[in-house]
Design a protein. Sequence first.
Length: 151
Amino acid sequence: MRLIVSVFYVLTLFSSASLAAGSLSEREGWQVMHTSLAYDRLVEELQAAVKEEGMLLVSQASASAGARSRGLTIPGNRIIGVYRNDYAVRMLEASVAAGIEAPIRFYVTENTDGTATLSWKTPSFVFEPYMEEGGVALVELAEELDLVSGR
């Protein structure tokens, strides 16, 4: 998803001023991109970038949408699962156990200042517990997916 990173570097401003209390911060194995985009716009841009990259949006979950249906308002959040069958087949050939980690999950969160943050765990970090079992094939897949997901 190099395209995703390129799109967001062009469309967003990265600054500590946009970081609000409670927003996500860097952590081991994660990529965290603070943006100047509003939550809904960031979700739309990510979904478009996924398609442009030739990947598939395979799942979505949103606690904020669920809360809204119950009459509650919480900051926006959405997990967007992205993968492709050719990657899934290669992953499973290397390690069936690693299958629990698919798809690659992107996390869009709304900050208190009206901006949104895009975060994801790198595939090499997510697949680390399975590397001994999966061998070179899983290492190579994880490295390829790191590039695709924007590392």
